[in-house]
Structure formats: structure tokens, C-alpha cells
Design a protein around this ligand. Structure first.
Ligand SMILES: [Zn+2]
Length: 294
């Protein structure tokens, strides 16, 4: 997936709406697009920092400059992939702010992984359940449980403006990676359905530009996943048994570096189809398993 032409606003503080500013971290990649976007919420004295990002000294300095003399009352992570949460601890040390939000994630698995491995050191002071709130002067953030990309994923709704910080659940530049063991396709689809029942005005995602028409954007993502699911069923009908056989037919012209991610995404879909009783695997459903229609 091509990145947009540089320069990107890495390290700069951008005012997005009266209560929201953004600082782009210096970690561009095929998975993070131009980098992780850290959001600062609040205008008068008290701030929340959403997704502090990677533990990178330049990014922490940029955040400190954006915070200035304000008081950080919460450092809130959407999930614990290493491009989102590792700066929480050093930022807490600098500001004295508590780390609140998503739960720690513990996956014991020797299976192959893609995307950014999760942050094992993440240690929140307070875990927010769905619907719980944090607030400061002039703002309130409500946690919206959105498992799927990871089991611990939270979005945050800014009640005063109708904005939703969507982390990696819905991104502005690409569909999310939903790959086992971190990700679960059934949870992800349910979390997309949940967004269609909300009435958010705009999404500020972890990566990529704003989503100005959330409802139609999410419906397109749901349709995209259903299409991929149909393509997998079609490959099984035509005799494919393994993920390695299916991937080149489903993802045309895929860069070799993205084959592992695509393979795990197909596995996530197969887990979902197994859960629906449509597909069966020989033994546990892994990357190397044989699959068939039931
Ligand atoms: Zn992620």
C-alpha cells in the first residue's frame, strides 16, 4: 500500500477542532501509514492524551511541547499494539498522569504474528469498561468497547463534539488488520455493527485522515469483509484446501512482504466461517491446516 507523498506533519501540533489536537509520531510503515496519530483532548488546562504512541524520545518531546503548561489528567490507550501504548509509561512519568483505558492484553501463543506485536509492559492505573467515562475541564470521553482488531480495543467518544477516536478499529486509510491471535473476526464484525447503531459526527483514527461520513464508511467496511468471506468460500468450492493456495487468488498482486498478514487475515475469516458452521478444519484451525466446506 503506497504512502502519500511527504512531507507529513510529523511532530507538529495540528488543531483539528476546538477540543482536539493531533501530533503525528515518527513511525511510518506499511502497517502504520504515515505513523501513529496521538490526540490531545481539552482546551482549558486539563487534557487527555489518546494513544501516546511508540516510546520514541522525539515523539515524547513533541507531546510535551503540545501539552505545554496544561495538566494531563488521563493517558488513554485504545489498545496495546506497540505503535499505540508504549509511550504511556514514559509520558506518565513526565506528567504524573494516570494511565487509564484499555485492559492489558496477554496472549500466550507461539503462532505467527503480524502487525505490531503487543506491548507486554503496558500497566494501566485504571481499566475502563464499556460506557465508563473520564473527564476534564470542558470535555468528557466515554469508552466504547470495540473488540476485534484486538480483544482489548476501546474507542473513545468525545461527548461534547460527537467525535469518536477509533484507534485501529476503523482507520482512515485502510481496512484494519484482523489477525489471530490478537484479532477475532466475529468480534470485529460485531464491533463494526455497533458503530452503525451510533451517530458519531466524525472519526479520528489512529492512522490516516478523518472519517467525515462514519455510517457509510463503516457499511463499506462491512461489505468489504463480506466480499472477502465470499471469495474464501468460492476458493474452497473450487478445491483449494490451504491458506497458501487461497491467498494469491484472493489478493491479486500482493507484495511479498504482506503475504503473512494476508494469510492471517484469511485465517481470521476461516475462524469466523467455522464459528458459523460453514467451514471445517482438519484439527485446530491454524495457518497450515487443511480446510473444507461443511
Ligand atoms: Zn493495532
Amino acid at each position: 500500500m503506497p504512502l502519500p507523498p511527504q512531507p507529513w506533519p510529523t511532530g507538529a501540533t495540528e488543531q483539528l477542532e476546538p477540543l482536539v489536537r493531533r501530533v503525528l509520531a515518527p513511525n511510518p510503515s506499511p502497517f502504520t501509514y504515515t505513523g501513529t496519530q496521538t490526540y490531545l483532548v481539552g482546551a482549558e488546562g486539563e487534557l487527555a492524551v489518546i494513544d501516546p504512541g511508540p516510546d520514541d524520545p522525539a515523539h515524547l518531546d513533541a507531546l510535551a511541547a503540545a501539552i505545554g503548561g496544561a495538566k494531563v489528567v488521563a493517558i488513554a490507550c485504545t489498545h496495546t499494539h506497540r505503535d499505540h501504548s508504549p509511550a504511556a509509561a514514559p509520558l506518565a512519568a513526565r506528567t504524573g498522569a494516570p494511565i487509564v483505558g484499555c485492559a492489558p492484553l496477554a496472549i500466550e501463543s507461539g503462532e505467527p504474528r503480524v502487525d505490531a506485536p503487543f506491548d507486554k509492559a503496558y500497566a494501566p492505573d485504571r481499566v475502563l469498561a464499556d460506557g465508563e467515562r473520564i473527564s476534564g475541564t470542558g470535555w468528557t470521553l466515554t469508552a466504547v468497547a470495540t473488540p476485534g482488531h484486538t480483544s482489548n480495543h476501546l474507542c473513545y467518544a468525545l461527548d461534547e463534539s460527537g467525535a469518536l477516536f477509533t484507534g485501529d478499529h476503523v482507520m482512515g486509510w485502510s481496512t484494519s488488520v484482523v489477525a489471530p491471535p490478537d484479532g477475532n473476526m466475529a468480534d470485529y464484525m460485531a464491533s463494526l455493527d455497533l458503530l452503525t447503531r451510533r451517530h458519531d459526527r466524525v472519526y479520528w483514527p489512529g492512522h490516516g485522515g478523518p472519517v467525515a461520513e462514519p455510517a457509510s464508511f463503516v457499511r463499506a467496511f462491512i461489505a468489504h469483509r463480506r466480499m472477502r468471506e465470499a471469495a474464501i468460500v468460492k476458493r474452497l468450492q473450487s478445491g483449494d484446501r490451504s491458506i497458501a493456495e487461497m491467498v494469491p487468488h484472493i489478493y491479486h498482486g500482493l507484495a511479498p512482504t504482506l503475504v503473512p498478514a494476508a494469510s492471517l487475515s484469511v485465517l481470521a475469516h476461516l475462524h469466523y466461517l467455522i464459528g458459523q458452521g460453514i467451514v471445517a478444519s482438519e484439527g485446530p484451525a491454524r495457518l497450515t491446516s487443511a480446510f473444507r466446506l461443511t
